[in-house]
Design a protein around this ligand. Structure first.
Ligand code: IMP
Ligand code: MG
Length: 189
């Protein structure tokens, strides 16, 4: 069990389980970037009735904040895919809740918290292609370019980040820390 740790917004360091993390991206900066991305999506997809598809669990804050910044009324659905255990990718993708929506002919925008190896994304994009989506775009809060193992090119990226382990704003370390308002990076040990 994780020790009980008080959450104070903007604090410089947090401890989750046995690891210490330091402040990396404050909430204000994250929200500003999300507004910029939302404006781009508005320009690109207004009138096309896009289907937003958020990948659980990590993207739920990103999806909630992004969708409420759009100027048009839209539709969201969720899929649940997991490839991580602890602080590293397992290299295998597990599909826990699949695509149950009619995607044939739809313009799909995948919403993801972080693209790391790109395996999760490769898997979902292939499934959407197979189901006949008219177009597939990827919007991700974070991208780790140095960790990419698949040729994934997200259309919308809030922040490119180094190949370090991050928590907060939806991202977890062994199930904990998703509700931190800011994003934290694992401290050198
Ligand atoms: P990928 O399939 O390797 O691209 O992994 C993507 C998924 O791994 C993301 O949706 C996250 O759930 C998780 N992940 C990748 N990097 C991190 C991290 O730094 N912190 C927390 N979760 C991460
Ligand atoms: Mg995720």
């Amino acid at each position: 069990m994780s020790q009980i740790c008080k959450m104070v917004q903007g604090q410089q360091k947090v401890k989750v389980h046995n690891k210490t993390f330091r402040l990396y991206l404050p909430e204000k900066q994250i929200r500003e970037k999300i507004r910029e991305i939302a404006a781009q999506i508005d320009g690109d997809l207004h009138g096309k009735e896009p289907l937003f598809m958020a990948i659980l669990n990590g993207s739920f804050f990103f999806a909630a904040d992004l969708l409420r910044e759009l100027s048009f009324i839209s539709e969201i659905t969720f899929v649940k895919i997991a490839s991580y255990h602890g602080t590293s990718s397992t290299g295998q993708v597990r599909n826990l809740i699949g695509v149950d929506e009619q995607v044939k002919g739809r313009h799909v925008v995948i919403l993801e918290d972080i693209v790391d190896s790109g395996l999760t994304m490769k898997y979902l994009v292939a499934e959407l292609e197979h189901k006949g989506a008219a177009s597939i775009r990827i919007a991700t809060l974070l991208l780790k370019p140095d960790a990419l193992k698949e040729p994934i090119h997200p259309h919308y990226v809030c922040f490119s980040v180094p190949n370090d382990f991050l928590i907060g704003y939806g991202l977890d370390y062994d199930k904990m820390g998703r509700n931190l308002r800011d994003i934290y990076v694992l401290d050198a040990e």
